[in-house]
Design a protein around this ligand. Structure first.
Ligand SMILES: C[S@@+](CC[C@H](N)C(=O)[O-])C[C@H]1O[C@@H](n2cnc3c(N)ncnc32)[C@H](O)[C@@H]1O
Length: 305
C-alpha cells in the first residue's frame, strides 16, 4: 500500500522558456523549524561531479526500449543544468525534448548551454515546471527523470497521470537515489537535529524518506498495467581531492541547509566544519582516493502498445 497522495494538479506552463525569477527567500534564523522550501541550486557546484552523476542516466537510457516514433516527444522532469537532457539527443536526434525544472539557476544554465535545434532536426528546450503539479500537456513518447524525484514528496502519486499522458507504447523511466540511510545523509540529518542547529535546521537534512524501495515502484507500475523493469545499483565511486564527499553533497543534499543559512556566513562555516569532520571519519581517504558508495534505484515502465 502507498500512503503518498497526489496533490491537486495543473498542466505545466507551455509558454516561455527558462524563467529568471528570484530564488526563494532564505528562512529567517528565528523561524521555527519547518519543512524546507525549495533550495537554491548552484549549477557550477553540481557539475563538479558531472561524470559520476551522468553515469546512472546512461545506464537508465540503455534500458529504455524503442519509442513509438523517431520524431518523439520527450519530457525530462527535474532536468537540472541540462547536460543529461542533452544526452537524449544522441539517441533521438529527431525528437522534440523539453526539460522541466523548478530552479531558475539550473534553467538558466541549461538554456544557455543546450537549448536550440538538434543535429537531426529535433529541438531541445527548457521550461519552468513544478513536478508537484506537472501534467503532460500533450501525448508523450517518453517521460524521463534522473535524480530528481527525491525532492518531490508523493511523486509516486503522479505516476498514473504521467503514464496516462504517454502514447501507447511510450515509456516512463527514472532513476532516484536510494542512499538516504548512507552515512553522508544520516550524519547530515543527525547534525541538523543537534541542539546547536535544531532551531534553524530541523528537517533540512532528511529529504528522502518518501522514496519507495524497488519493490514499491515495481508494484506501482504493474498496478498501472505497464511492463516494468526495476533494479538497483550501488556505484562504488572513487572521488579525488580534499573532502570530496562534502564537495559532492554541497551540490545536492546540502542545498537546503546552505539555503537556510545563506544570510549567515559564520553559521555556514561553523556547520560545514562540524559536518566535514564527521564525513572525514565516515569516509577516510585512501592512497587512491575516497570511496563514496552510492545506491541508486532505476525504474522503466512501458505502456502497452
Ligand atoms: C540532483 S538535480 C538532478 C538534475 C538532472 N536531472 C541531472 O541528472 O543532472 C535535481 C533537480 O531537481 C530539481 N527539482 C527539485 N524539485 C523539483 C520540483 N518540485 N519540480 C521541478 N524540479 C525540481 C532541482 O531544481 C534540480 O535541478
Amino acid at each position: 500500500m502507498h500512503s503518498d497522495t497526489a496533490p491537486a494538479r495543473v498542466p505545466a506552463s507551455t509558454t516561455g522558456s527558462a524563467t529568471t525569477t528570484a530564488p526563494p527567500a532564505s528562512a529567517s534564523p528565528t523561524d521555527a523549524p519547518t519543512a524546507p522550501s525549495a533550495p537554491t541550486w548552484d549549477p557550477q557546484q553540481y557539475l563538479r561531479h558531472a561524470g559520476h552523476r551522468a553515469r546512472p542516466f546512461l545506464d537508465l537510457l540503455a534500458r529504455i526500449p524503442e519509442l513509438p516514433t523517431r520524431a518523439a516527444r520527450i519530457a525530462d522532469l527535474g532536468c537540472g543544468p541540462g547536460n543529461v537532457t542533452a544526452l537524449l539527443t544522441d539517441r533521438w536526434p529527431e525528437a522534440h525534448i523539453t526539460g522541466y525544472d523548478l530552479s531558475p539557476e539550473m534553467l538558466h544554465r541549461a538554456d544557455a548551454e543546450y537549448a536550440g535545434p538538434t543535429g537531426g532536426g529535433g529541438t531541445l528546450e527548457f521550461r519552468h515546471g513544478d513536478l508537484a503539479d506537472w501534467l503532460p500537456e500533450e501525448p508523450y513518447d517518453l517521460i524521463v527523470s534522473n535524480a530528481a524525484f527525491q525532492w518531490v514528496p508523493g511523486h509516486a502519486g503522479s505516476f498514473a497521470p504521467w503514464i496516462n499522458g504517454l502514447r501507447p507504447g511510450g515509456t516512463f523511466a527514472f532513476q532516484i537515489p536510494g542512499n538516504f540511510t548512507a552515512p553522508s545523509h544520516r550524519i547530515l540529518a543527525d547534525l541538523c537535529d543537534t541542539p546547536r542547529w535544531r532551531a534553524r535546521l530541523a528537517g533540512h537534512g532528511a529529504r528522502y524518506i518518501h522514496i519507495l524501495e524497488p519493490s514499491g515502484y515495481l508494484e506501482r507500475f504493474t498496478e498501472l498495467g505497464c511492463a516494468a523493469d526495476v533494479w538497483e545499483t550501488t556505484y562504488h565511486q572513487l572521488l579525488q581531492g580534499p573532502d570530496p564527499v562534502l564537495d559532492w553533497v554541497k551540490g545536492t543534499a546540502l542545498r537546503p541547509v546552505l539555503t537556510a543559512l545563506a544570510d549567515d556566513e559564520e553559521a555556514v562555516e561553523a556547520f560545514l566544519a562540524e559536518y566535514r569532520a564527521l564525513l572525514r571519519a565516515a569516509y577516510p581517504t585512501g592512497p587512491r582516493g575516497t570511496v563514496f558508495p552510492f545506491r541508486r534505484i532505476f525504474a522503466v515502465a512501458r505502456k502497452e502498445a
